[in-house]
Design a protein. Sequence first.
Length: 379
Amino acid sequence: MIELLGIGHFFELTRSEAIMGFFTPLIVYAVFFLVQLILPGRRVPGYVINPETGKPRNYRLNGMLVFLIMLIVWAFELTGMPHDWFFRSSIYAVAGGTVFAIIFTIIATFTQPEGKVKSRFLACWFGRAQEISFFNERIDVKMYMYVVGGSMLSLNALSGAVYHYQVFGENANPGVFIYAGFFTFYILDYFVFERVQLYTYDLIHENVGFKLIWGCLVVYGWLFILPLWGMAAYPNPGFSPAWTNFWLIGTSALFLLGWSISRGANLQKYTFKRWPERKFLGLIEPKYIQAGDRKILYSGLWGVARHLNYMGEGFLSLSIALIFGYFTNFWAWTYLLFIVSMFSYRQLDDDRHCAEKYGTKKWAEYQEKVKYRIVPGIY
C-alpha cells in the first residue's frame, strides 16, 4: 500500500530517527515559544474586544523576526539537523504533532470555564476560550501558533526541495523548487502583513480548541505540503523547452493572480475596519450598509463577491496543483481539494456569524447587493 501511494521514502528512517521524528514537533514548538518570548516585538491593538476591559485586545507581534531567524538556523544547519530532515521525518512528525496537539487541547479546554457547549468532545473540538495568552500578553496563543505553522510550512517545503534535488540532481523537477518558492513567498508576505491577521476569520470567530490547534500546528505546518509527499519522488516531467517556459511562467502568473486577489481583499477589509472613511489604495471609495454601530463593506473587491479572497486562495492552490507538471497525479491536487473543502465550509459558517453580527435584515440587504459568494457569475 505504501509503495502504491508512492511514499515509501518516508519509511526509510532507522528506529532512532523515527523516534526523533515523532518528537521533532515538540522540540519545534518549544524553541519557537522561547524565541518568540525572548525576541522584541511591537504591541498593537486587534479587532477582537476584550470583555474584561471593553477595549480591543492587545497583541505582541514579532513573526517576521522569528521567521527570518529560523530560516537562517535551517539554512546554515546551526542545530546540526540536515536540510532534508523535516521532509524525511514528515510521517512521524505528523503523528507526534497530532499527539501533542491532543495534549495541548485537553489543557487549553479544561483549564477554561465551561461555556455554552456542554459536550466535552465538542468543547475539545471547538474550544472554550476565544483567546489565551501568557506572560502579561507577551505571547498570544493564536498568533504564536500561526508563527509556528507558517514558518514550518516554508521550512518543510524547502526541506522537501532539498530532498528532491539530492535524489534527482540535474534531472530534478524545476516545479518543485518553484513550489518551495511559492510557499516561502506566501509566508514572507504573511509576516509582512502580520497585523492584518488580527482582522481575519480565525482571530475573530475561532476558539482555542483541537480544530484550531491541530490546524495551525500540524495541518498548516506539515500537511499543507501534502502534494510534495508524492511529487518529490518524480523527476523533471521532460517537456520541450517551449512548453516548459509556458508551464512554469503561466503557473507562476496564476499564483501571483491568486495572491493578488486574496491579499488585496484582505487589505481592503483591514483598511476599512481601521479607517472606515479612507479610500482603499487612494482610489476605491468605501461603500457600506450601516447596521447599528457596525458597517458592512460592499465596494471594491468586496462588491464583486462576498468572499472574493477565497477565490484568490483557490487560484493560488490551483497553481500549486499545476506547478509539478504531472497534471493527472492525485498527489498534485491534494492541496487544492483541501482548500476548496475548507473555504466552502468556512464561507457558510462566516455567513451565519455575519447574519448574527449584523442582523438578518441587514445581512439580507448586503446579499442583495453582492449576490455571489466566492466566484463572480458562478457561485
